[in-house]
Design a protein around this ligand. Structure first.
Ligand code: FES
Length: 134
């Protein structure tokens, strides 16, 4: 059912953990299954990703796709990382079963969430204020 690459990244996840005081932090929940992924990114002065780590409370496919996304975007600029798609992640893992494709959204969306929060900190603040006010 799963490719060797998926099994490898599931059993030996790359870049799992947390970066203390990371420059960027993203978090998304998967509405389909309720699983959660958190991503931590450190960048250099050219906005290149020099370190990235993830924590996933999710299924094996979520762990494997999260692990793969950290490898794919490391060394890329934030602009390049923003363009990553769940299809690219699945392809890099030699495919995912169709029922598990939604799991790869978690990884791509967490990277995008981190970049968006970094670029639009005011929006995040006002959104949070709205939530508090509700
Ligand atoms: Fe939730 Fe895969 S079943 S991320």
């Amino acid at each position: 059912m799963y490719s060797d690459k998926v099994m490898d990244h599931f059993q030996n996840p790359r870049n799992m953990g947390k970066i203390e005081d990371a420059d960027l932090v993203g978090e998304v929940g998967n509405p389909t299954c309720g699983d959660i992924m958190k991503i931590y990114i450190d960048i250099d002065e050219n906005e290149e990703i020099k370190d990235i780590k993830f924590n996933t409370f999710g299924c094996g496919a979520a762990v494997a796709t999260s692990s793969m996304v950290t490898e794919l975007v490391k060394g890329k600029t934030l602009d390049e990382a923003m363009d990553i798609t769940n299809e690219e992640i699945a392809e890099a893992l030699d495919g995912l079963p169709p029922a598990k494709m939604h799991c790869s959204n978690l990884a791509a969306d967490a990277v995008k969430d981190a970049i968006e929060k970094y670029r639009n900190p005011e929006e995040q603040t006002s959104e949070q204020e709205e939530t508090v006010a509700e």
